[in-house]
Design a protein around this ligand. Structure first.
Ligand code: FRU
Length: 424
């Protein structure tokens, strides 16, 4: 985490703004941007563990990659505690909702493999206990580096602090399955700087996580997206005319929206190995609109940059709202300007009758969107729910210019490879 002078050599770009006016165009339940209802009869991947954020193995260009015919996914994972006295309610029954809600505090990186791009088999933990420097192993991206099977796993080491880190290991295949070896030395890359990206000292609810490295198809350099909040003390941000956008009369009041300060961050690598990074100003900010733009990622299509990020209803600012789901923006060049897809940004949201059915969507370059099941109502009133902690049905979308359309639904956790690498 040394600090060297900027080698980037470009005039810093202006972040694009997701404005309150854009967000006023967000509408839940438009069938072209709504995830089909998930049935409460879903199968679970495992009775032993919950899984949520899913990170398919891919190459640096974003292609989902299998190795020797095996697909591999990484998941944030936590043990289920059906027999732990700590998770019994007053009637002695397993309180699965509390167990599920506590999962972030004990998140660990696991991997799974499959011959079919679904029906995943549990491989185990990626790093042995004690390897990762903090308690929580939060989301990131596994990158297959070469035909030797080397993998760089970028992820977020959280509590204490939040540091973007990487660990290198190797994927090994046999006829019967996949194992991950190595993954023993975690290298810290960078933390929020307080000048562009908000720190914990500036805001106890800050977000700084979810690295997604990629090679820019146009300039060929190595970059990384991540989730951040705009730097500054909590409450000090201004929601001015630029952040408000072109709103109708009566929509000028921004309430307490200065507390919502999400941004999509970007860093550039100073070296080809991705060991030395320089943070650049955010690509996109949502000040006055939303407090979280999580797991940002790209699809490069038709010479354009499609930037996707997940967000929640509860993180929207006063006076604007939208469903939990994935939002998107498009630009002709990496540094923008970005415009919201479908006018609003909404690409795939939960239906209002099942507002928490899925989350943590990842749009893959083949138009398939994977996510996990959070909770699905089991009665008409929505008071009884079934907790998921497993893969949701995959959804197909079509991306056309500045618009997207839901066009297909596939099996649970269907993540087919886009290319196969034969290991040497
Ligand atoms: C998204 C997310 C990520 C984070 C992880 C923590 O579901 O909030 O941003 O890395 O989950 O569990």
């Amino acid at each position: 985490m040394k600090s060297t002078p900027s080698t980037f050599g470009k005039t810093p770009h202006q972040p694009s703004l997701w404005t309150r006016a854009d967000a006023l165009k967000v509408h839940a339940d438009d069938p072209t941007t709504t995830q089909p209802l998930v049935s409460a009869n879903f199968p679970v991947l495992s009775d032993e563990v919950f899984i949520w954020d899913t990170m398919p193995l891919r190459d640096i260009d974003g292609n989902i990659t299998s190795v020797d015919g095996w697909s591999v996914i990484f998941t944030l994972t936590a043990d289920r505690h059906p027999n732990d006295p700590q998770y019994l309610d007053q009637n002695g029954n397993y309180d699965v909702i509390r167990d599920w809600n506590d999962r972030h505090g004990r998140a660990k990186m696991y991997y799974w493999f499959s011959r079919t791009g679904k029906d995943w088999k549990l491989g185990g933990r990626v790093m042995a206990e004690g390897v990762s420097p903090t308690v929580r192993e939060w989301a990131g991206t596994p990158i297959l580096l070469n035909e030797q099977g080397e993998v760089d796993l970028y992820y977020t080491a959280v509590t204490p602090g939040a540091t973007i880190v990487k660990v290198r290991g190797r994927v090994v295949t046999t006829e019967h399955g996949v194992s991950l070896v190595g993954f023993e030395k975690v290298k810290p890359l960078f933390e929020a700087d307080g000048k562009m990206y908000q720190t914990e000292a500036q805001n106890a609810f800050w977000g700084f996580r979810d690295p997604w490295p990629f090679r820019d198809p146009k300039d060929g350099k190595l970059y990384m997206l991540f989730e951040g909040n705009v730097a500054g003390e909590r409450g000090s941000h201004k929601v001015g005319i630029a952040e408000i956008g072109d709103v109708p009369p009566g929509y000028e009041d921004v309430g307490n929206s200065r507390f919502q300060t999400a941004c999509v961050g970007i860093a550039v690598a100073r070296d080809e190995d991705g060991d030395d990074w320089e943070m650049l100003p955010p690509l996109l900010t949502a000040v006055g609109v939303n407090d979280q733009t999580e797991r940002p990622h790209f699809v490069f299509q038709d010479g354009k940059y499609y930037l996707f990020t997940i967000s929640h209803t509860f993180t929207y600012a006063d006076g604007v709202t939208g469903p939990d789901g994935v939002y998107g923006f498009v630009a002709d060049s990496l540094f923008g300007p970005y415009v919201p897809l479908n006018g609003s940004g909404l690409v795939l949201g939960n239906p209002s009758s099942q507002p928490f059915q899925t989350y943590s969507h990842c749009v893959m370059p083949n138009g398939l969107v994977t996510s996990f099941i959070d909770s699905v109502p089991t009665d008409d009133t929505g008071t009884q729910i079934r907790i998921g902690g497993t893969e949701a049905p995959t959804v197909g979308i079509k991306i056309k210019g500045q618009q997207t359309f839901v066009v297909a639904e596939y099996d649970y956790g269907y993540i087919p490879p886009m290319l196969d690498v034969t290991l040497k």
